[in-house]
Design a protein around this ligand. Structure first.
Ligand code: CP
Length: 310
């Protein structure tokens, strides 16, 4: 059984490990459809969610995942923690660890924050997004969503479109998708595509209409204005004119292409309303799968036995 010490990134995850996570998530997904959405698997365990950045999906999803496994879940936001009084992140993590949690989930605006914490505490750490570095649970739920619709992942072609440079979701997806034998094409304005990103085994295209023609999945991304310290766009309108996924552009794609987006979505900027709400869009399926994937990771991290699932 795959029993990681922490989940700090998708980088380094092997194919069989990803398959184990997704298969485990498959078994957990059904629990969320029951009238009583709770199993005793992690009863008596404590999970702390420490979020220093805003989050709708990830924070709620981790909380629901822990509660559905009967763990006690504590939520702490950066603005209500003692970091606002000058305490540093390592001291905060070590003080939380002194209360004996079983998993610490961390989201932080600094790349490397999750790894730094994990080097300074013994408790397993899950990276819920660190700067523009990684967001491994998002990549895993993206793969789960694609796999349950397409049946398998090997050989699928994916176009990831938008602000590649500032996206932790892209980095985690590149690692996870490449491990699963998928082909990744990055699409966006040249100012938003890092130099030499091809060294990660991906291709690059600057023209949306051309780039989506032969792919099985299109992942649209938000422009991350909160992470941009340079003016990389002449205007959002110009960006939309070139990179918004509209139904007209989508006519060029395969009939069975899937559309995903990690959220939050800026409607009308990177994706048109009708495309977002079309039957090809799996955006809300991704959110549903996020709970199952996070349940699976908590279960695997704590080394649960199969008979405690029911
Ligand atoms: N996808 C994602 O990380 O969304 P949140 O910022 O709402 O958690």
């Amino acid at each position: 059984m795959f029993k990681p010490r922490s989940i700090l990134g998708a980088n380094g995850l092997k194919k069989d490990e990803i398959v184990t996570i997704l298969d485990t998530a498959d078994t957990f997904k059904e629990i969320s459809t029951r009238p009583i959405k709770k199993v005793p698997t992690l009863r008596g365990r404590t999970i702390i969610n420490l979020f220093f950045e805003p989050s709708t999906r990830t924070r709620t999803s981790f909380e629901i995942a822990g509660k559905r496994l009967s763990a006690d879940v504590i939520n702490i936001s950066g603005s209500t923690s003692s970091t606002v009084k000058g305490e540093n992140l390592i001291d905060t993590a070590q003080n939380l660890e002194a209360m004996n949690p079983d998993i610490l989930v961390i989201r932080h605006s600094q790349s490397g924050a999750a790894e730094m914490i994990s080097r300074n505490i013994q408790c397993p750490v899950i990276n819920a997004g660190d700067g523009f570095h990684e967001h491994p649970t998002q990549a895993l739920l993206d793969l789960q969503t694609i796999r349950e619709t397409k049946g398998s992942l090997e050989g699928l072609k994916v176009a990831i479109v938008g602000d590649i440079a500032h996206s932790r979701v892209v980095r985690s997806n590149i690692y996870a998708m490449k491990a699963m034998g998928m082909e990744v094409r990055l699409v966006g304005p040249p100012t938003m595509i890092p130099v030499e990103i091809q060294k990660l085994g991906v291709s690059v295209d600057y023209y949306l209409e051309k780039a989506i023609q032969d792919v099985d999945v299109i992942m649209m991304l938000r422009i991350q204005t909160e992470r941009q310290n340079r003016y990389l766009l002449s205007s959002l309108r110009e960006y939309s004119n070139l990179f918004c996924l509209t139904s007209k552009i989508l006519e060029k794609a395969k009939d069975d292409v899937l559309i995903i987006h990690p959220g939050p979505v800026n409607r009308g900027v990177e994706i048109a309303l009708d495309v977002m709400e079309s039957e090809r869009s799996l955006i809300l399926n991704q959110v549903t799968n996020g709970v199952a994937v996070r349940m699976a990771l908590m279960y695997l991290l704590l080394g649960g036995s199969d008979d405690s699932v029911n």
